[in-house]
Design a binder for this molecule. Structure first.
Ligand SMILES: [Zn+2]
Length: 364
């Protein structure tokens, strides 16, 4: 008796998701089949859905996924930390995978930027093995993926964003070189920004300042370690900059992190920095993020500017450990604030797109 399972398929940008059934086949020796327990809608899923960046159609979106092992290939014995894997274990896994040798991995230790790197939620649903995205009942894990077993005490809500949002912010805050006693500004208080505030505090920042244009997010950010917040919709940019600089004594922030996806905030972030400050851009994931800056400021202020995209496998382990170590200090569980069935994916995307929910979860 052959098995089939359902997926909410994305046929073309901005068209309704269609529930379709595809066959499930036995795993190969180096694959895992996972029964999806939760997937969350990442901002980049919305960018794909709205056609801001190319994504194969028809496809299954979703890359923030967790699930339990349904079938385990005979070659796969352990997770990336060495824990034994068995059928029924709840796992997370890297949002990307790659095969073969690569200059970036072998020479520069940047496996996340290998040529030919593939990401879950970015394949054609019509091709074998069909299930390679989160908004479906099952997902195949292909060779070249890093698998990590999840501790039982961690809720699905805490665990699901780990393999994208949380791991990305480990990478971003590492690149920002946050030191004990630093003053850190976080531009954008969506999921990335909230984890950014919490990680800045956990890395020893004395002062964390959050900026966002959505009022409700400002109070939430205070629960995630922000000491001060400013509403960019209610203040002029120059007023926000002045207020931030007044808090970051004596001469501005040590680090600014951009995770709002709005290129216009870059000149403001540069103004907020002290001489020698670090600026890490993590939110500008779609092409066309043009902005005019006075590059003289980069020179005169010795600004160190970095872009971060994706994360190293070690950041996945650090993301899980960070959440485990700080889940009593910060209310990570509250970030996933709405749940939908697979058939209601359309509504989930609409709410996530309007930002009326923080992180929408799909439970197939
Ligand atoms: Zn994502």
């Amino acid at each position: 008796m052959s098995r089939t399972a359902k997926a909410a398929v994305y046929d073309a940008p901005n068209t309704p998701f269609v529930l379709k059934e595809y066959p499930l086949r036995p795993v190969k020796n180096d694959e895992v089949l996972v029964k999806v327990t939760m997937s969350t809608i990442c901002r980049s899923d919305i960018h794909s859905y709205e056609g801001h960046r190319p994504n194969p159609c028809p496809g299954i979106l979703g890359h923030e996924i967790i699930g339990t092992i349904d079938q385990l290939g005979s070659d796969i014995k352990k997770d990336m930390r060495g824990d034994t894997l068995k059928v029924g274990d709840r796992i997370t896994w890297s949002e990307y995978f790659y095969h073969g040798e690569c200059y970036y991995r072998e020479v520069h230790d940047m496996p996340q930027k290998c040529h030919g790197v593939r990401k879950y939620g970015h394949d054609l649903a019509e091709e074998d093995p069909h299930f390679l995205g989160g908004f479906a009942e099952y997902c195949y894990i292909l060779p070249g993926t890093w698998i990590l077993k999840l501790p039982d005490e961690l809720s699905d809500e805490e665990a699901t964003p780990i393999n994208c949002g949380v791991a990305t912010m480990v990478s971003v805050t590492e690149a920002a070189e946050i030191q004990m006693g630093d003053a850190v500004v976080v531009q954008g208080l969506g999921l990335l920004g909230l984890y950014g505030c919490a990680m800045a505090k956990a890395r020893g920042a004395r002062l964390v300042i959050g900026v966002d244009a959505v009022e409700s997010r400002l109070d939430v950010a205070k629960k995630f370690g922000a000491d001060h917040t400013f509403n960019a919709a209610k203040m002029k940019p120059a007023e926000v900059t002045k207020a931030v600089r007044a808090l970051c004594k004596p001469d501005g922030a040590d680090a600014v992190i951009e995770v709002c996806g709005v290129p216009d905030v870059i000149p403001q972030g540069m103004e907020m920095l002290r001489t020698g400050g670090r600026y890490v851009l993590g939110g500008l994931v779609s092409p066309g993020a043009n902005v005019t800056i006075d590059a003289n400021m980069i020179v005169k202020k010795w600004i160190q500017m970095r872009g971060i995209h994706n994360y190293h496998p070690r950041h996945l382990i650090q993301a899980l450990d960070f959440v485990m170590a700080n889940r009593d200090r910060f209310p990570f569980k509250s970030i996933v604030d709405s749940k939908f069935q697979l058939k209601d994916l359309q509504e989930a995307f609409r709410k996530a797109s309007e930002r009326t929910v923080l992180r929408a979860a799909v439970i197939p």
